[in-house]
Design a protein around this ligand. Structure first.
Ligand code: CIZ
Ligand code: SF4
Length: 319
């Protein structure tokens, strides 16, 4: 604990000296979430991380999250230095959607409006008409559908099929998935709900359809936070990365939050619902990049120019 306090103190000083601000995702370690907030940065979802980074005057952004979040920060603020605690922190959705294969997929459906999830590389975003996050995907696809567009969706198949069911839009889906949310188990969730009849179930739509079907509220991280504050219940079962429990518990001290089950008998599993790449972010990593300036995110300027358009559309839509 003393070491953690010393690390945090050193980071605070360097943030000031380097004109840097921390932007952390809800899924990273609580220390990194708290420190970001205590030092004038934010903890949020990828949409608000992007917007905050773009609008903040600091010359350097420390992005605690996964690679695509650092790339998005660079695309929106090419003049800033973007540093990440660990450059190997990626995402199964990004990994599962290589830019070349995605170009082939697009070529097979030239008549479709291309909507890609934020969890993709800059090279995939550069091929999109729209970038969306889970907090705005439903509204954006609904608007496109109403305007007569047919959609090509990538990469998360569960989120894509959820949006398809909700909006009735004509969508072809890339078949990617998130290693965390794909693991939530419907049968075990039914049992857990029987054990806790008063509990409300909060589900992120990257989860399988049979899990989504049991939700009281389906939504992005920010929508889950809102629902937990508003719903009148003492106990909540949460199907999303367990990094979220920190914020849920801090903001709702009178309520209890338990993880949705991820496998056979693991209703009490404490680590299987946590993203291995988000877990690579650490206080030590933050300190190292502040000291050395290593782990800078670079994006090809031609890609920046092209990828910026669909991201700006999303930011304007959600402004
Ligand atoms: O699952 C993720 O990585 C999420 C929720 C990203 C985001 O949009 O904040
Ligand atoms: Fe990607 Fe899933 Fe990790 Fe989010 S939780 S970064 S979607 S692998």
């Amino acid at each position: 604990a003393a070491e953690r306090t010393a690390l945090k103190e050193r980071i605070r000083t360097l943030l000031r000296e380097r004109d840097a601000v921390m932007v952390s995702h809800y899924y990273v370690h609580p220390d990194l979430q708290d420190l970001a907030e205590e030092t004038g940065g934010i903890v949020s979802d990828s949409l608000e991380m992007a917007r905050f980074g773009r609008d903040h005057p600091a010359r350097t952004l420390i992005v605690s999250g996964v690679r695509f979040m650092g790339e998005t920060a660079k695309i929106l603020s090419p003049e800033k230095t973007i540093l990440m605690p660990d450059l190997d922190a990626t995402c199964s959705l990004d990994l599962g959607c290589p830019a070349g294969d995605f170009a082939d997929f697009r070529a097979q459906h030239p008549d479709r409006t291309v909507v890609v999830y934020a969890n993709t590389s800059a090279a995939v975003k550069a091929q999109a008409d729209w970038v969306v996050t889970s907090s705005c995907a439903l509204d954006i696809v609904r608007a496109l559908h109403a305007a007569g567009h047919k959609i090509l969706w990538a990469p998360d198949k569960h989120l894509g099929s959820y949006i398809q069911r909700e909006t009735g839009a004509d969508m072809v889906l890339w078949r990617g998935s998130c290693v965390v949310h794909d693991e939530f188990k419907a049968f075990e969730l039914e049992q857990l709900r029987r054990d806790h009849p008063g509990a409300k179930v909060l589900v992120h739509p990257e989860s399988p359809a049979a899990v989504v079907a049991q939700a009281d509220v389906v939504g992005s991280t920010s929508q889950i936070l809102k629902a937990a504050a508003e719903l009148d219940a003492e106990l909540f079962i949460v199907a999303t990365d367990n990094g979220m429990l920190h914020k849920l518990r801090t903001l709702n001290p009178g309520k209890r939050f338990i993880e949705a089950p991820t496998a056979g008998n693991s209703a009490t599993c404490k680590s299987c619902a946590h993203c291995p790449w988000m877990a690579m972010n650490s206080l030590r990593g933050v300190l190292e990049v502040l000291e050395t300036g290593l782990n800078e995110i670079h994006v090809d300027p031609a890609l920046i120019e092209r990828a910026r358009l669909p991201i700006d559309r999303m930011l304007a839509f959600t402004a």
